[in-house]
Design a protein around this ligand. Sequence first.
Ligand code: HEC
Length: 153
Amino acid sequence: MPHVPLRSIFLPAMLVLAVSGCSREADPDSPEGMRQAAFKQLLSHSEPMAGMLNGRIDFDPEVFAIHALALDEKADAPWHYFPDPSDSDQPTAARESVWSDADGFSERVEQFRTATSRLAEVARDGIDSPDEVREPLQAVQQACKACHEGYRQ
Ligand code: HEC
């Protein structure tokens, strides 16, 4: 058997660790893990809708509506999992401003909830063309972005 230098075995393993980042995953049962999973759920609905409007995915009004309603239904989930972080050692990208500027954060939540419920309303009425949902989806995306800018690292 040819001699395989140990390095060639360890190096790839170390690279994998480096690429996945120093950030270990949060415990799925911790508030951090719960809210991160809830945010991933939001993304799993907003992304296909965005894809349908930018041409990456074929526009299907029924599938769009399913995502719009599911997004609105799940839009309350993350906010239950932001307890005072003082003695948590879980990895998180939430900024200190979530707690130090709780009013501002609540306003962003409100803005987001208003946008998701408006999009859901349009979807419930029946979607005839992509143009009908373009502006309401943009408002949702704006709301995600506005909050991330101020409250996520
Ligand atoms: C009111 C504030 C707010 C809104 C609105 C918001 N987010 Fe976030 N989002 C955060 C914060 C804070 C984090 C960091 C959570 C953590 O790491 O503990 C986050 C994290 C995430 C993550 C990373 C989750 C992970 O795996 O670590 C994704 C994906 C995400 N948000 C998507 C979205 C999408 C998509 C929307 C809109 C449909 C949205 N968010 C709306 C505040 C917000």
